[in-house]
Design a protein around this ligand. Structure first.
Ligand SMILES: [Zn+2]
Ligand SMILES: [Zn+2]
Length: 403
């Protein structure tokens, strides 16, 4: 069966109101994420990456006690017989050269997450908070995760502040030993990269790519996601898909056009300017600043093996998609109408045809939604923490006046 899968979702706070991610939305609780995925998003497999937090583990225990959620024999948590949740933890590691990177660790069950939590609590300032910096290199963290039967996946692998390629070294082989590289099943591309960019680096050809949302609020769940072919919902099946085992695999990546990502191009904080010159840009054209926030496109151009992507045979297509929240004209009210009419955001972006969209939200908006899901909408690139933008809308509206 084919399922929608998003393996990078943060918790904002616990059911008792304790903060987990300070920048995360208050209503982003474990239970609300599961409900949102079931009722509005249509995402069936969810990775929640703050499960090493003891206050989150308490919520998990309560959901299991109340039988709203069960632990599966083949791993993973099954919520209301419908949503598979993989308990995970995003960790920040520190390399010898001072570089920091985020990684997603996933465990088959609550036991693994609890043991990891205990380990991590000795190396971070506050274990209750999300994505804490631990002063250990990634290889060491991988060893611990591996000993707990978990997997480690480098997160948003090219972003400038916290990632393996963006902030540590030009090659994964400078961070991990071969034993680890053999067992790391996947790399998360991050919002500012796609398959074409990542496949310019030779050592990445053997990895499965994940396009996940990194959601810090309920609406952002599923802004990037993967389609997986698996036989049933369990941790084991998802792992097989990442390892491309026995027919299980990621069949499609859906994500933002990398231009929309917050770190696509280099950015000069002094001039508040996103670079538009040919990559790589490392020095600001305006003021000569040599400390720009290096964009993902710029960084990849600096460290690439090939100027054009070389996709391995197993690489699935990457589909550009503009999430509904980026589409100009879709506010809270329109979003609600769309979800009520088509069941979920996936329903709107995948199944609804132009005619029924027109009936629900009018012809102009329906056209814009179709263009958004085809990836043919015009965009201005993001950088330095500022998202890219849809720029076509006004002209589009003007044009339609003359048609
Ligand atoms: Zn992160
Ligand atoms: Zn400047």
């Amino acid at each position: 069966m084919k399922i929608f899968c998003d393996l990078h979702i943060h918790i904002g706070s616990t059911s008792r109101g304790e903060a987990v991610k300070v920048t995360g939305a208050k209503n982003l609780t474990f239970g609300n994420i599961a409900r949102e995925c079931k009722e509005r998003k249509g995402v069936q497999v969810v990775g929640i990456v703050d499960c090493a937090s003891p206050v989150v583990l308490k919520d998990i225990d309560e959901l299991i006690e109340s039988e709203e959620m069960v632990e599966l024999q083949d791993g993973g948590l099954f919520y209301r017989d419908e949503i598979l949740i993989l308990p995970g933890s995003e960790v920040e590691t520190t390399e010898a050269n001072g570089g920091n990177a985020h990684h997603l660790a996933f465990f088959p069950g609550v036991e693994g997450a609890k043991k990891f939590s205990k380990f991590l609590s000795r190396h971070v300032t506050n274990i209750n908070f999300s994505t804490q910096r631990c002063r250990l290199p990634a290889q060491r963290v991988w060893e611990v995760v591996n000993s707990l039967d978990g997997i480690l996946i480098p997160a948003h692998a090219f972003t400038p502040h916290k990632s393996v390629y963006g902030n540590c070294y030009p090659r994964l082989s400078q961070i991990f030993k071969d034993s680890a590289l053999d067992k790391i099943p996947a790399i998360e591309l991050g919002l500012s990269a796609d398959t074409d960019l990542a496949d310019r680096i030779a050592e990445l050809s053997k990895f499965t790519f994940l396009s996940n949302s990194d959601a810090h609020s309920l609406t952002k769940i599923g802004r990037e996601y993967n389609i997986m072919e698996i036989e049933s919902l369990s941790y084991r099946e998802v792992l097989m898909a990442l390892q491309r085992d026995d027919g299980r695999r990621v069949t499609d990546n859906y994500g933002l056009d990398p231009k929309l990502g917050k770190y696509h191009r280099s950015f000069c904080p002094l001039c508040d300017r996103i670079a538009t010159e040919n990559p790589p840009v490392t020095v600001c054209r305006n003021c000569g600043n040599e400390n720009m926030v290096i964009g993902v496109l710029d960084r990849i151009t600096m460290i690439q093996d090939y100027p054009e992507p070389r996709h391995p045979g197993h690489r699935p297509p990457y589909h550009y998609q503009v999430p509904l929240e980026f589409v100009p004209g879709i506010g809270e009210k329109m979003y609600k109408i769309l979800i009520e009419t088509f069941g979920s955001e996936m329903g709107v972006l995948h199944n609804a045809d132009e005619e029924s969209l027109s009936r629900a939200v009018g012809r102009d908006l329906a056209r814009l939604i179709i263009k958004a899901r085809e990836g043919t909408i015009k965009l201005a690139p993001g950088g330095g923490g500022i998202y890219g933008k849809v720029v076509e809308e006004k002209r589009q509206r003007q044009l339609s006046l003359f048609q």
